[in-house]
Write a protein that binds this ligand. Structure first.
Ligand code: PLP
Length: 473
């Protein structure tokens, strides 16, 4: 009687619960019947006692059984419907575990709005640097007319503008049916996981990488493997080892002004990566959300070097902030078709509203000029930051900034622990420690674009004091 079928895949405690409920429902167990002792049940089911206790606790909370001091567990005596109506335990219906919350991030989120906090954690430009543009003035009727320009791949005028821009920037020949508009680069990534991967598959990413912090992979059952980087980017020897040992299905990387290191993969390394991906017939996803924030010419994109091997992702949210959550995927026509079908299952189509705004922003006559001004402003902030960074150079090795929004600081002294980074929280200096992106506890990402002349002084003065304290710890 107390046996489980070994074909079921639901958790054991749940199978035990289901069996006891079935016995109560079919009369095998009568109201008032005593269940065997926990220890006995654990022996019968051949499980730990704690598993049985877990099942019985749940059954008690649902009202199926009662626990009486000294008399063990008995089937509730026909009381349900009167005082112990069985209720739905919603938690038991969730099919996926929630992603465990990172305590450091929770503290950062709390402190973001605190008055003295300096936010160098957020991955967006400060408001005063975001290029301005005239908001379109549409009547409701005109907007509905724009709606007719929606296709399964997105709002056609926007799709075409993005296609033109990608063609010009990446120097590749594509047509607009190779461009799918998404709600940001993150949705693009999510769709790729849905279409190209299955639970249990493995993906290679850079180590450190912002992807490490995204729950979308763990939730889909995808295993991420980090590949160490050197000055030129992802190490190809390490990647090949991984491909040979872990059955890697996809390589995802952010080769230009990488999040979090701010570094850019060299042209030589890009070519080696492509050669390797050809050798093992592995597709590459190139996340290029920062590529337009460049102070000098960028190396050729991976897409340009190998148009048929590479899936290219872009986004407007790094320039315009996350209020315009518009991104895109450029890929082979057949893949775009499949991605579009997957997207339609999720959200039919993106509302025309943010797409019209994105189109207006990109076609504003001042856009190119504003874009140049933005890059100039970033360049000035980066130069001032590099100079000020000399004041802490004894304690931190700091990457030279060539574009993008991040600087990366690596601690030069003793091994730091997660606990050491709490000093930054205490001082309300909000940065992103490397352990959010890797197993590393020795470095931090700083969004330098958010610092004005005044806050820069404040930042480096505080960092000097913190470094002194860290050295003593
Ligand atoms: C490298 C990189 N790719 C993609 C994203 C997500 O972009 P989006 O806001 O367009 O979803 C981010 C956001 O932080 C990022 O840093």
């Amino acid at each position: 009687m107390w046996e489980l079928s070994d074909t079921k895949t639901t958790p054991i405690y749940q199978q035990i619960m289901e069996q006891i409920i079935t016995y109560i429902q079919d009369g095998t167990l009568q109201p008032g019947d005593r269940l065997p002792a926990e220890r006995k049940l654990a022996q019968y089911y051949r499980v730990n006692r704690s598993t049985v206790v877990h099942s019985l606790d749940e059954l008690v909370s649902l009202g199926w059984v009662l626990r009486r001091q000294g008399s063990g567990t008995i089937v509730n005596e026909g009381n349900w419907g009167r005082s112990t109506i069985p209720r739905v335990d919603w938690r038991s219906l969730f099919t996926q575990e929630t992603h465990p919350k990172e305590p450091f991030l929770e503290r950062v989120q709390e402190l973001l709005n605190a008055s003295e906090s300096l936010d160098l954690y957020s991955g967006e430009l400060p408001l005063n640097l975001i290029p301005d543009f005239r908001f379109p003035s549409y009547t409701w009727e005109e907007l509905l007319l724009e709606e007719r320009k929606q296709s399964p791949l997105g709002y056609r005028p926007l799709q075409q503008v993005i296609c033109q821009r990608v063609k010009a920037e990446q120097k590749i020949d594509i047509s607009s049916d190779q461009v799918l508009i998404t709600s940001g680069a993150q949705q693009a990534m999510f769709l790729l996981l849905q279409v190209m991967l299955q639970s249990g598959d493995s993906v290679a990413i850079e180590d450190p990488s912002f992807l490490y912090s995204l729950p979308i992979f763990a939730t889909a059952g995808i295993k991420l493997y980090g590949v160490k980087m050197d000055k030129e980017g992802m190490r190809i020897d390490k990647l090949e080892q991984l491909i040979l040992t872990k059955k890697i299905k996809l390589i995802i990387l952010n080769p230009t002004f990488q999040n979090p290191t701010g570094s850019t993969m060299s042209t030589k390394r890009r070519n080696e990566l492509i050669e390797l991906s050809r050798k093992y017939q592995l597709p590459i996803v190139e996340d290029e959300v920062f590529s337009e924030m460049n102070f000098s010419e960028n190396p050729s994109s991976l897409k340009e070097l190998a148009p048929h091997q590479v899936i290219h992702l872009g986004s407007l949210s790094k320039i315009f902030g996350s209020s315009i959550k518009i991104g895109w995927i450029v890929a082979d026509r057949n893949l775009i078709q499949r991605l579009s079908e997957a997207k339609q299952m999720m959200d039919f189509s993106i509302s025309v509203f943010p797409q019209v705004i994105a189109h207006t922003a990109l076609t504003d006559p001042l856009f190119e000029e504003n874009q140049k001004e933005l890059v100039l402003a970033l360049k000035q902030r980066a130069a001032a930051f590099n100079v000020a960074a000399q004041t802490v150079a004894e304690d931190w090795q700091i990457s030279e900034i060539d574009g993008g929004i991040y600087a990366y600081f690596t601690w030069r002294h003793q091994k730091l622990t997660r606990k050491d980074w709490e000093i930054f929280l205490r001082e309300k200096l909000l940065i992103a420690p490397a352990f959010l992106f890797s197993n590393d506890t020795m470095a931090m990402r700083v969004n330098y674009t958010r610092l004005t002349e005044q806050t820069r002084k404040h930042f480096f003065a505080k960092l000097q004091a913190i470094s002194k304290e860290l050295r003593r710890s």
